[in-house]
Design a protein around this ligand. Structure first.
Ligand SMILES: [Zn+2]
Length: 403
């Protein structure tokens, strides 16, 4: 165990044994869902039933039983309750990234239900060209007022570094921004309804049932979306001041109560099928998928707004949890019936370990040495997943070795 390898080797994990020698130190055995491919150590917590099927798959299955016509009626009534009676304020706020799900939300609210929403983006910086074109198209085709908020780039660079070191997530600033700025805008413009897309912990991991009609709360924001952190965890790190973090604050209770802000998840009213959203938005509004293949997933229609989203950000997820976004994509496709589990496992095997090509650019952006990045990343590896064997390699259990 005292063997030290060069940092470059540390990230190659999961490649198996050295020169055909069977290592004595084996990784912990992982349980995987027997229907999709989620591991027990998933980022969105899940449980398994007696058949080894995960709670995410079971919750997905509930969609067949939901009375969607009734939900749609509930949704219409909810909109009528919150619509501005005299046109003196916006009807609702929609937090948008400019992705396919944003397009779908605006399509429903503005086009289908005739609401006048205020669109709010937390801009992470490092926009992609396709992401910029989609934002422009969103502004042109929907005719909505739009706020695109970007914090100081200098602060963002610091927050990337702090996020990696302190929280194991260079993009913690983005979670903070998405979960603060739209709510601040709702308070500022006195709009009582915020329409979110899907509930990640419910739609991926099955933390809640469709029967629960879960809504957005300050607690959900902090404990789930921000993993227990908040704006003040960045203050005094690298000299960041409270004043530089104003955009990351959740409004006071008095403000939330005065405006009576309520946040709902649209997935509770219409189900959630990202593949269908993407197709419909491409056909109807000319939404653009990524022109090229990403390093770490086969999907070209997700997370298109930030250069590093499908790169270093997703790579850190793999380092921490032992799986990346390709697993999320495969699970969605298996659940929606467009991919078999065996095909999904092949995709995971092909993409999940890939070290993305954007790391060098990201290191230049945040001014960090590669050795520091790799050593810090290794410090975040989940011991339920990873072990370093006697050859100094990080290894994990792999789903294709089961069955
Ligand atoms: Zn599952």
């Amino acid at each position: 165990m005292n063997t030290r390898t060069e940092p470059g080797q540390l990230t190659k994990g999961a490649e198996g044994d050295a020169q055909g020698m069977e290592p004595r130190i084996r990784p912990p055995r992982m349980q995987y869902c027997t229907r999709c491919v989620y591991p027990a150590a998933a980022a969105t917590p899940l449980t398994f039933d007696e058949n080894g099927v995960c709670s995410g798959c079971r919750t997905h299955e509930e969609q067949k039983e939901v009375d969607w016509a009734r939900r749609e009626k509930m949704f219409r009534e909810l909109l009528d309750e919150h619509r501005s009676p005299d046109g003196k304020r916006y009807d609702c706020v929609i937090p948008v990234s400019g992705g396919k799900d944003s397009f779908y939300q605006i399509h429903l609210l503005k086009v289908v239900y005739g609401m006048n929403p205020l669109l709010v983006t937390y801009n992470e910086n490092n926009e992609t060209e396709v992401g910029k074109r989609n934002i422009q198209r969103m502004k042109e085709v929907f005719g909505c007022d739009y706020i695109n908020f970007t914090p100081s780039i200098e602060v963002l660079k610091k927050m990337n570094r702090i996020g990696l070191r302190k929280m194991g997530d260079p993009d913690m600033h983005a979670h903070l921004g998405i979960n603060s700025v739209p709510i601040q805008m709702a308070v500022l413009y006195q709009v009582p309804l915020i329409i979110w897309g899907e509930h990640g912990f419910m739609n991926l991991g099955g933390m809640h049932s469709y029967k629960d009609m879960v809504e957005y709360t300050a607690r959900y924001r902090k404990e789930h979306n921000l993993r227990g952190y908040d704006w003040y965890d960045f203050v005094e790190e690298e000299g960041i001041t409270e004043q530089e973090m104003l955009w990351g604050k959740y409004p006071d209770d008095e403000d939330i109560e005065r405006v009576d802000v309520r946040g709902i998840f649209i997935s509770n009213y219409f189900g959630w099928n990202q593949n269908e959203h993407a197709e419909l938005m491409v056909e109807t509004y000319g939404f653009e998928i990524n022109p090229g293949q990403f390093d770490r997933t086969y999907k070209r229609d997700s997370n298109l707004n930030n250069i590093h989203d499908n790169g270093v950000h997703d790579y850190m997820k793999w380092v921490k949890f032992g799986y990346g976004r390709v697993v999320d994509h495969v699970c969605r496709d298996i659940r929606s019936g467009t991919m078999s589990r065996d095909e999904g496992i092949d995709m995971v095997r092909r993409f999940d370990h890939v070290v993305p090509g954007d790391i060098t650019r990201w290191l230049d952006y945040v001014e960090m040495a590669r050795t520091e990045f790799e050593e810090t990343a290794d410090g975040w590896r989940d011991p339920r997943v990873w072990v370093r064997n006697e050859y100094g390699q990080w290894v994990k259990d792999n789903i294709w070795d089961h069955n």
